[in-house]
Design a protein around this ligand. Structure first.
Ligand SMILES: [Zn+2]
Length: 391
């Protein structure tokens, strides 16, 4: 989630004819997936804010919705085999205990929605569960908690969220916690001693430490503190678009050296500095008002200022690969969390094959595309699981 205003839905533009994830055509350099390659490809998105829609009570995960960006039919069309659903609660409007209650309600909502479609999706808690889901033709749904405020300053709550299925914790959202600094705050605060205890406990649990949203100082403190690889669940490249939510080359390199993975965010404002400026100017000139808010306002804005091209998104993937290596990059869309402000050709999750096609056009081998689409995520998750130890 990366909007300052959370509008619940965007104009979900249904685009048919996305190709299937299992690619038949040969790839550059003769390393393409072949007919003999019987194993389906893992395609795993680390950050979807779809629970916000589900929580509204009128969004059906099993239907192809005319709004929102993620549902089972569109995940199928996009060849998506796994998605982390974000447990997001406001860090600014709630107390930590209110946020924790919201988190539990969101986890309940996701669990009940997954239970409605046992032939389509399965709640996954491990890499083994993800593999099992793929074998059974099910889409793995996982949970990531987007903001350390939801542990309410308690390692017991952290452990309980893990027991309920949370497999990453984003250390902050847009505001500092008592123990970690956020990129949304000015102070560039680092990790406190208790923050170090949070990292140590996550390492012990085998839970992924997510540095998306944190301050630069907290990024570096976290990398120093963690004994397991660290991930960014939804962050792009600062060298392509200057934004505090994006990662510098030094950060991408350090994350990669930890064995971690940067999952690229698709939000227009993080992808394209020119878009960010146009968006800011349009927002100032066209404030929200009754009858002109949410998806209608977003549609008007996109009609006025346009979407960045898909190539801008591909530039971020490409840059992160150049800096961190092809083992260090994955998918972190932020679908359903950015009010529909997504690039051309990536308006919803059915369009994920456009990333594979775009990277192939840039001479990526099919083996490398497989890494970016999901294998890197599985690898880092397995590595982090292997750090788990009894209390
Ligand atoms: Zn976010």
């Amino acid at each position: 989630m990366d909007m300052t205003r959370r509008q619940l839905a965007s104009a979900g533009i249904a685009v048919a004819a996305a190709c299937t994830a299992r690619r038949q055509e040969s790839a550059p350099k003769g390393e393409g997936r072949t007919e003999q390659d019987a194993s389906p490809r893992h395609v795993i998105d680390l950050h979807c804010d779809t629970p916000m829609l589900l929580r509204g009570g009128d969004y059906d995960l099993g239907a192809r919705n005319s709004r929102g960006e993620v549902d089972i039919p569109r995940m199928r069309e996009g060849g998506v085999t796994g998605a982390f659903f974000s447990v997001y609660t406001s860090a600014t409007r709630n107390t930590e205990l209110e946020a924790l209650r919201d988190a539990l309600e969101i986890i309940d909502t996701v669990g009940r929605e997954v239970d409605r479609f046992p032939d389509e999706v399965a709640l996954a808690r491990s890499t083994r569960d993800i593999e099992d889901a793929l074998d059974k033709g099910l889409i793995a749904i996982l949970l990531g908690v987007e903001g350390g405020h939801m542990i309410a300053g308690s390692l017991a709550v952290l452990r309980s969220l893990y027991r309920l299925g949370a497999r990453y914790l984003t250390l902050t959202h847009s505001r500092d916690t008592a123990w970690a600094g956020s990129s949304g705050s000015e102070g560039n605060r680092g990790l406190s001693d208790f923050g170090g205890s949070v990292i140590a406990e996550m390492n012990r649990l085998g839970m992924m430490v997510d540095i998306s949203h944190v301050s630069d100082q907290t990024f570096w403190d976290t990398l120093a503190a963690s004994t397991a690889p660290v991930i960014a669940s939804h962050s792009s490249a600062r060298a392509i678009a200057t934004h505090k939510r994006n990662l510098s080359d030094e950060m991408i390199r350090a994350l990669a050296e930890s064995g971690g993975v940067v999952h690229i965010n698709y939000y227009n404002t993080f992808l394209d500095g020119d878009y960010a400026r146009r968006s800011q100017a349009w927002n100032a000139a066209n404030p929200a008002r009754p009858g002109f808010t949410g998806p209608a306002r977003t549609r008007a804005k996109l009609a006025a200022i346009g979407r960045p091209p898909l190539d801008k998104l591909l530039d971020h993937f490409d840059h992160a690969v150049q800096v961190g290596g092809v083992e260090a990059v994955g998918l972190g869309s932020d679908f359903d969390g950015v009010d529909g402000e997504l690039p051309e050709g990536m308006q919803d999750i059915s369009m994920v094959p456009n990333i594979a096609d775009g990277l192939a056009r840039r001479s990526y081998t099919e083996a490398d595309i497989d890494k970016i689409l999901g294998e890197n995520t599985l690898r880092v998750m397995a590595d982090i699981e292997s750090h788990a130890s009894p209390a």
